[in-house]
Design a protein around this ligand. Structure first.
Ligand SMILES: C[S@@+](CC[C@H](N)C(=O)[O-])C[C@H]1O[C@@H](n2cnc3c(N)ncnc32)[C@H](O)[C@@H]1O
Length: 367
């Protein structure tokens, strides 16, 4: 009950704004010492024309909700070059440059002026697709400087932390910035993510990445030992949510609690159950609604193939989970017991297993 009251209070209003009459929610309070990073925010009242949207930007953050990805690729843009679902690369478009891969040589100049999503041809007639950079794709192509969070955990985190435009989110550690990129999109255009890592080089590489992806107005990276020093005092009582991906999260929980607004939500990601137990022990004193989840994703392979028709009809000899769909060619309808073209749907052999445990807790909001 407590949980639903709080959720209604926090989500209901924001969703109404989002779905019925898009107006940016009020900008969060900006801690004085961190304000310079936010001064480049788009103004709350002036719509930004598509032409003014900076190059390479990952998010359609203009207030008219125009999807700038419908525009054409320009010199200096970041594009995701797609060969296959498991072979993609982020490339900065540069007029005089080329991209070389097993399909041949691709001139960047041929890409300029094409809409995102276009097929680009090489000198040998090979092709790739030029996709718009999104947080989902970025998570797949970013350089792994640490273990990262993937889409299943990321989407769960954003939902359970109730992150909406305008939120102020604190995060530590930044790592490779995989989660941070999605947090930035979730809080845009008026919120902000302050992320901290004690490893200087990682923090600096993350900053470079946010520059590349055009997220610098939404993310500030700080170098700080969050387990030792806690979050900076400027944030006391201002955070809508706190996310921890640290080896000893229980050391940072007392500080996280001070940073959160009343009814704010904390999430801690830990690969080991012993870490979860220790964190839950610390959370018990000040937080309510403590819940731990393990998100297990089962991916299915969807392939067209030739199968003996009686195998499919019987359903027994093809060891598939409940048959999703079957396409038969015209001819095969007339020929019983002949092979037919079928869409096969079966679990991937390389399913990703355990990533970690997500522990959520809400700061008590009613006395
Ligand atoms: C697993 S990575 C985080 C990955 C990140 N969630 C992502 O999706 O890319 C953990 C990070 O925590 C940082 N870290 C570890 N202890 C820390 C501490 N006491 N204070 C701040 N950062 C810390 C590490 O340097 C590392 O970059």
């Amino acid at each position: 009950m407590l949980h639903s009251l709080c959720s209604l209070r926090r989500i209901g209003l924001s969703s109404a704004l989002l779905f019925f009459q898009y107006q940016p929610p009020p900008r969060h309070q900006i801690p004085p010492s961190f304000s310079p990073a936010i001064s480049s925010f788009p103004s709350n009242s002036t719509p930004i024309s598509l032409l003014q949207i900076p190059l390479s930007r990952m998010l359609p953050t203009d207030e008219l909700k125009n999807l700038y990805f419908t525009r054409s690729i320009r010199d200096g843009d970041l594009v995701i070059v797609y060969e296959r679902h498991d072979i993609m690369k982020a490339v900065k478009v540069c007029e005089g440059s080329t991209l070389q891969n097993r399909f041949g040589v691709f001139k960047h100049s041929d890409w300029i002026g094409k809409p995102f999503g276009s097929k680009a041809l090489s000198n040998k007639g090979g092709f790739v697709y030029l996709l718009a950079p999104t947080p989902e794709l970025w998570t797949l192509v970013l350089s792994h400087r640490t273990q990262i969070l993937y889409i299943a955990d990321i989407s769960f985190v954003i939902m359970f932390l109730e992150i909406v435009p305008g939120c102020l989110v604190l995060e530590s550690g930044t790592g490779s910035g995989s989660l941070t990129t999605s947090l930035a999109r979730a809080v845009a255009p008026t919120g902000h993510v302050y992320t901290f890592d004690f490893h200087e080089q990682r923090a600096s590489s993350a900053r470079e990445d946010f520059e590349k992806t055009g997220l610098t107005s939404l993310v500030t990276v700080g170098v700080r030992d969050i387990q030792g020093q806690g979050f900076p005092e400027e944030f006391v009582g201002l955070a809508d949510s706190v996310f921890l991906d640290l080896p000893q999260p229980w050391l940072a929980i007392p500080s996280a609690e001070r940073m959160l607004k009343q009814d704010g939500v904390l999430c801690s990601f830990s690969p080991c159950i012993e870490q979860v137990q220790r964190s839950a022990e610390t959370l018990r004193s000040k937080f309510t609604d403590i819940r731990t989840f393990e998100v297990l994703l089962r991916t299915y392979e969807v392939k067209e193939g030739r199968t003996e028709s009686n195998e499919v009809d019987g359903g027994g000899s093809v060891a598939l989970p409940p048959c999703k769909r079957r396409l038969r060619s015209k001819e095969s309808d007339d020929m019983d017991n002949e092979s037919s073209t079928t869409v096969m749907v079966r679990p991937c052999s390389e399913a990703r297993g355990h990533t970690g445990y997500l522990t959520f807790a809400r700061l008590g909001c009613l006395s």
